[in-house]
Design a protein around this ligand. Structure first.
Ligand SMILES: Cc1cc2nc3c(=O)[nH]c(=O)nc-3n(C[C@H](O)[C@H](O)[C@H](O)COP(=O)(O)OP(=O)(O)OC[C@H]3O[C@@H](n4cnc5c(N)ncnc54)[C@H](O)[C@@H]3O)c2cc1C
Ligand SMILES: *[C@@H]1O[C@H](CO)[C@@H](O)[C@H](O)[C@H]1NC(C)=O
Ligand SMILES: *[C@@H]1O[C@H](CO)[C@@H](O)[C@H](O)[C@H]1NC(C)=O
Ligand SMILES: *[C@@H]1O[C@H](CO)[C@@H](O)[C@H](O)[C@H]1NC(C)=O
Ligand SMILES: *[C@@H]1O[C@H](CO)[C@@H](O)[C@H](O)[C@H]1NC(C)=O
Length: 523
């Protein structure tokens, strides 16, 4: 962790330009620095952010925080080709009726360990919905039969213990908990900082998790093969549409980290909307960026608005999906990154649960209304499940429910009629490039594409969630601020340098050293 933390703590670089207020202890210590300060005019800088999803909106927010704290003169332009803020986090209304409760079309949940999302919901007065009390019956379907059904909360049930023994859930949970413990270092003031994702992986001790499949890793921890291919796989398939023998173990562990799951009532995109509003950024929707080219020590961003020149560019979208032209030398550095083509089907139905005969059950049997899937049967030559997950999402009005289906192919009208006993109302289909394919790996895309050109989505092949995009953007903004203003979001990067005294930074004095400090928010 220390190695990574030293990344951009280059004390020598301090003597360049400091258009922000130097922490007072530093002023006292460095007369030279003070002299430099007096001669440096305040610089006006412009930054372009491409993408108004979790990554781009939070990048703007972090820059906004630094502006507030250090009086940096940075103008932020955020571009998105779509007409809405949120990217892969967006909602639609059943029946396209705005008086009904909207439903998430993309990212729907985050957990309490996702401290930026949690904190944002609190500070922005957004209401969190928890999924605890939605005690639907859950079933794990393998394409031919339900391997397991259980009510209410997940693995805490006797049925699970009975089928897999007490050790499998316990050992899995312990692997997940230890992952979360390491992960939480990302919110401390000593958080690793990185210009290579490989370095943060090392700093957090995640190398072996990312380098093995979920099944290899859990087998090595003594978890039984059945539990992995049935229960853990239900989680990796609903969260990432990938099986335990394909997805790396870090993302596998994230799939199992479902404690205190929540979503924002009315839509998670509201967090990103608030990020943008609070950042003071100019937001240009319906404005695809078509090229990014160097111009002296700056960058020219071409879009429907014309050509604009920026000190720095933050790319917060998966590069290969943007169709943005960049210099050959930059393009060559970014490895092709396949994404999962996920079909999301939202519908309304008057059937209170799916049709029993589709699931090979006697007419009249109540089918679980939260159906997860596993390829355990297909691996032994059985039928593939025709979908990844099928979940009821509460009544939209009396006697009518919304349902969300994730699948790898289009779900046809005929199939819906069969599964919902001919009582389908509204249907909405969306094909997403949802998340990267996440095989085990030891290498990642570059965080820094060039001087002043940063790539937030380099983090996605490591972990792909709303929250981790806000962490990646925070790191990128810290990098940018260090390179151009010799400060960070918390300024404390300077204070944390090897030549600075211990624990005398204004930040660590102002905030108690406990779990409640969240780097970037509290400093
Ligand atoms: C169905 C589904 C379910 C998911 N479930 C969860 C979940 O429960 N929890 C969770 O945390 N995550 C979930 N995810 C993943 C999560 O959505 C992503 O990890 C996260 O939202 C990515 O944010 P981002 O800002 O990096 O990218 P995006 O949200 O993709 O934002 C990129 C933005 O860039 C814009 N853009 C692209 N090209 C250009 C261009 N040339 N010019 C201008 N703008 C451009 C796009 O329009 C887009 O708005 C889910 C994803 C999907 C699809
Ligand atoms: C939904 O309603 C809005 C506003 O009335 C309308 O502009 C839009 O075209 C509708 N969308 C669909 C899919 O019907
Ligand atoms: C949030 O809500 C509380 C209680 O309703 C209110 O006192 C507070 O001012 C609100 N804060 C913001 C930022 O809107
Ligand atoms: C379920 O589907 C079967 C076969 O298509 C059909 O005969 C049966 O009536 C359906 N059940 C209900 C409750 O509609
Ligand atoms: C920093 O703290 C450590 C441990 O408390 C101590 O050994 C070291 O001398 C301190 N360094 C400075 C520069 O004060």
């Amino acid at each position: 962790m220390k190695g990574a933390a030293l990344l951009f703590l280059v004390p020598g670089a301090l003597a360049i330009q400091l258009p922000f207020e130097i922490p007072s202890f530093f002023k006292a210590k460095s007369a030279i620095l003070q002299n430099v300060m007096e001669e440096v005019p305040t610089l006006h800088s412009r930054v372009a952010i491409i993408g108004a999803g979790a990554g781009g909106s939070s990048a703007a927010f972090w820059i906004g925080k630094a502006k507030e704290r250090y009086g940096l003169d940075v103008e932020i332009d955020v571009y998105d080709k779509e007409s809405y803020v949120g990217g892969r986090s967006t909602t639609v209304y059943p029946h396209n009726d705005t008086s009904l409760r909207p439903i998430e079309l993309g990212a729907s949940i985050f957990v309490k360990a996702n401290k930026n999302m949690w904190r944002a919901s609190e500070e922005f007065n957004l209401t969190r919905r928890t999924f605890k009390d939605e005690d639907y019956e859950t079933g794990i379907w393998d394409g031919e039969q339900f391997i397991l059904t259980f009510g209410g909360s997940w693995w805490d049930t006797l049925k699970v213990l009975w089928r897999y023994g007490i050790n499998a859930p316990r050992k899995t949970q312990s692997a997940v908990n230890s992952m979360i413990d390491s992960y939480l270092a990302l919110y401390t003031k000593d958080t690793p900082r990185w210009d290579r994702v490989e370095d943060v992986s090392t700093a957090l001790g995640f190398e072996s998790l990312v380098a093995s499949t979920t099944s290899e890793y859990l087998l090595s921890k003594g978890v039984s093969a059945n539990y992995i291919s049935e229960v853990v796989e239900a989680a990796t398939r609903v969260n990432y549409a990938q099986d335990t023998d394909a997805i790396h173990a870090l993302e596998g562990a994230c799939s199992m980290a479902a404690d205190n799951a929540a979503g924002i009532a009315g839509g998670n995109w509201q967090v990103f909307d608030e990020f943008l509003k609070r950042s003071g950024a100019n937001v240009y929707l319906n404005t695809p960026v078509t090229s990014i080219t160097p111009k002296g020590r700056k960058w020219t961003v071409k879009s429907a608005r014309g050509s604009e020149t920026y000190k720095a560019v933050i790319l917060a979208a998966p590069f290969h999906q943007t169709a943005i032209q960049v210099p050959q030398a930059i393009q060559e550095q970014i490895p092709e990154q396949p994404y999962i083509n996920l079909h999301v089907t939202l519908l309304s139905t008057t059937a209170s649960s799916p049709n029993a005969s589709y699931f090979g059950l006697p007419e009249g049997t109540k089918v679980p209304n939260f159906v997860l899937t596993s390829r355990a049967g297909a691996r032994k030559g059985g039928k593939e499940p025709e979908f990844n997950s099928l979940s009821y999402h509460g009544p939209i009005r009396d006697g009518e429910w919304t349902v969300k289906i994730f699948s790898m192919q289009t779900v046809t009208d005929e199939w819906l009629e069969k599964v919902f006993s001919g009582s389908v109302g509204w249907v909405y289909r969306k094909e997403w490039k949802a998340y990267p394919k996440l095989p085990p790996t030891t290498t990642f895309p570059p965080v820094k594409l060039d001087n002043g050109f940063y790539y937030v989505n380099s983090f996605e092949p490591f972990i792909s969630t709303m929250e981790t995009e806000t962490i990646s953007s925070r790191n990128v903004v810290d990098l940018f601020l260090n390179e151009h203003f010799q400060t960070g979001i918390c300024g404390s990067n300077i204070a944390a340098s090897p030549e600075a005294p211990n624990d005398t930074t204004p930040a660590s004095k102002a905030v108690p050293e406990d779990d409640s400090l969240i780097y970037g928010w509290d400093c």
